[in-house]
Design a protein. Structure first.
Length: 246
């Protein structure tokens, strides 16, 4: 016997005394490609340990990248969206937007856009968005000072135009203003306001009819929209982040 070689182990036998390969008694040895049984079992053990380590790592606390500000149906409004909208409103002229009021506006917009998905509206052209931006953008305003980029402005303008077109189509087209409403608004609202401001001479109704009709129409549209928004809000189950789930 060569002293540098280990003696061969005695054959492994099953319960009936039959010789079987090394491995689990009664089963063939499990081999990897070209490898002995102990190497294959060691690889399985290493893979299993790695899997457990990955699963444990997945359960460790992760860094919070963003926070949920509100849930509108199945859609989430994040805190970063609210902060970005605050910067956008400030850029377009709002002196000091309140974050909670901005969040409520985003919720209303999200409700409307969910309804718009069921309506076939023509796509806005880049020229329409550029025209809106050229009118709404303050002169000499620098978006970078507000942490904004040109794509942010374009997205905001597109969103405002889409909302305006949809709401005009849904509400303004069907609003009819009566002569009695026009006269009542002129006598009880516009004329007293002009007197308070010291406007002389006071214009007759016919001179400001277009202005009065537009104001009455806007009030009617706002009333209809508010009723519609309340229905949407109840149907979509809006929940703010600081509210406990029902």
């Amino acid at each position: 016997m060569n002293p540098h070689l280990s003696p061969s182990p005695p054959p492994q036998r099953d319960r009936k005394g039959r010789s079987v390969p090394y491995g689990r008694p009664g089963q063939g040895a499990r081999r990897g490609p070209g490898g002995p049984p102990h190497i294959y079992r060691g690889a399985n053990h290493a893979i299993g340990s790695l899997t457990v380590a990955v699963l444990l790592a997945a359960t460790l606390p992760a860094e919070i990248i963003d926070r949920v500000a509100a849930v509108v149906g199945r859609q989430v409004i994040t805190q970063s969206e609210v902060e970005r909208e605050v910067r956008l409103e400030r850029f377009f002229g709002a002196p000091s937007p309140n974050p909670q009021q901005v969040l409520q506006r985003l919720i209303r917009q999200r409700l409307v856009f969910q309804e718009m998905e069921q309506t076939a509206l023509p796509e806005l052209t880049p020229e329409e968005v550029d025209q809106w931006l050229s009118t709404a953008r303050p002169p000499q305003a620098d978006p970078a000072r507000h942490g904004l980029q040109p794509p942010d402005l374009a997205e905001y303008g597109r969103r405002q135009l889409q909302l305006e077109k949809f709401l005009d189509l849904r509400f303004k087209a069907g609003v009819q203003v009566s002569e009695q409403e026009v006269e009542a608004y002129y006598k009880t609202r516009l004329r007293p306001e002009m007197e308070r401001r010291g406007v002389q001479p006071l214009p007759a109704l016919e001179a400001v009819r277009d202005r009065v009709e537009k104001a009455v129409t806007e009030e009617r549209v706002n009333q209809l929209m508010e009723e519609w928004m309340n229905e949407l809000r109840q149907r979509a189950r809006v929940r703010l982040a600081d509210q406990a789930p029902p």
